[in-house]
Design a protein around this ligand. Structure first.
Ligand SMILES: Cc1ncc(COP(=O)(O)O)c(C=O)c1O
Length: 341
């Protein structure tokens, strides 16, 4: 199978498995796992933040971000295509008691005047806007690269109105490799940032939540409340450290593969394929007789997996376990799948 459903489907590389097996470990609930400490310090430094916390998933990082910046009854501003709004099981309300105020952007982006329009006025009968969450790259907008200056302007505007800012940087590494803007620069306008090790970087598990020391102390307690105190978890932290040292640069190859896939698919009839900014290719069906269900089934029969991410839209996510030949095979399978039976 050529699995293009997500960049989370990668298997740990040989080198990563060796690093995991050799990891020095201790009980992290007692704060005694040296490998976890190294990972947290490394990522905090990379992101230019005071401290960081290893968490089991990107979602937990985002939910910690929401929790530490809000109180029950508050309102969190997000964009309609954001992961927090679409794919986090409603956790913002069930875990932190907040509501989400959704801004309808264009292709995932929105401007300062829309943010200003979404802010509450401080009346006691309104909920309070206390947090802005942005996502970069933006997954279901096709790995969209939010321009740095736009992110900075939104974060500055939010701060000026007393809101905190959290960045869902699950694929911030992709943004940085693509634009050559260092991750610490992307992270600077935000109070807290989540980055993932288990997406394009290829670690089996793990994300890191970063912010000030005070914020991370709160998040540490909250992680425990959620039952995610982890013990000899240096084995997983070692995978993350290995990924940062050995896999980060490979994201460039993923981006080239995504471009190759998009170029190949763009020559086919009945679909529109926007140029992919990073490792995610969106495929919009323009023939009304085609349905995503039928196309996904036909692709599956031909050994290719993709997912649906919106009406008439499929997503193919490129990752490190794919080679150029796999990309070319996927293009041929797509061509076959588009043919009428
Ligand atoms: C943009 C974004 N944020 C957060 C997450 C959540 O990560 P996890 O699956 O590790 O919870 C994902 C997962 O794909 C994502 O794409």
């Amino acid at each position: 199978m050529i699995d293009l459903r997500s960049d989370t489907v990668t298997r740990p590389s040989e080198g990563m498995r060796r690093a995991m097996a050799a990891a020095e470990v201790g009980d992290d609930v007692f704060g005694e796992d040296p490998t976890v400490e190294v990972l947290q310090d490394t990522v905090a430094k990379l992101l230019g933040k005071e401290a960081a916390l290893f968490v089991p998933s990107g979602m937990m990082g985002n939910q910690l971000g929401i929790h530490v910046h809000t109180r029950p009854g508050d309102e969190v501003i997000v964009e309609r295509k954001s992961h927090i709004f679409n794919y986090e099981s409603g956790a913002a309300s069930s875990l932190s008691g907040v509501t989400l105020h959704v801004i309808e952007g264009k292709g995932g982006r929105f401007q300062k005047d829309q943010l200003l329009g979404a802010l509450r006025n401080g009346h006691y009968w309104e909920s309070a806007s206390t947090l802005l969450c942005l996502e970069n790259t933006l997954n279901i907008a096709g790995g969209l690269l939010n321009p740095f200056l736009e992110l900075q302007e939104l974060a500055d505007c939010a701060h000026a109105h007393g809101l905190a800012c959290h960045l869902d940087g699950a694929r911030l590494w992709n943004a940085s490799v693509s634009t050559r803007i260092p991750v610490h620069k992307y992270a600077a306008p935000f109070d807290t940032v989540t980055v993932c090790l288990s997406k394009g970087l290829g670690a089996p598990v793990g994300s890191v939540f970063a912010g000030t020391e005070k914020t991370i102390r709160r998040a540490h307690r909250r992680r425990k409340e959620l039952g995610a105190g982890m013990r000899q978890v240096g084995i997983l932290a070692a995978a993350g450290l290995y990924a940062l040292e050995h896999h980060l640069a490979d994201l460039e190859q993923d981006h080239a593969h995504a471009q190759r896939l998009a170029d190949g698919l763009a020559t086919l009839p009945s679909i529109h394929v926007p140029a992919p900014p990073t490792n995610i290719v969106l495929i919009q069906l323009t023939d009304i007789e085609l349905t995503t269900d039928r196309l996904l089934r036909r692709l599956h029969e031909r050994g290719v997996l993709m997912v649906e991410v919106g009406p008439n839209t499929l997503r193919a996510t490129v990752h490190r376990d794919l080679c150029t030949e796999n990309i070319d095979t996927a293009i041929r399978a797509f061509e076959q799948a588009l043919k009428r039976p």
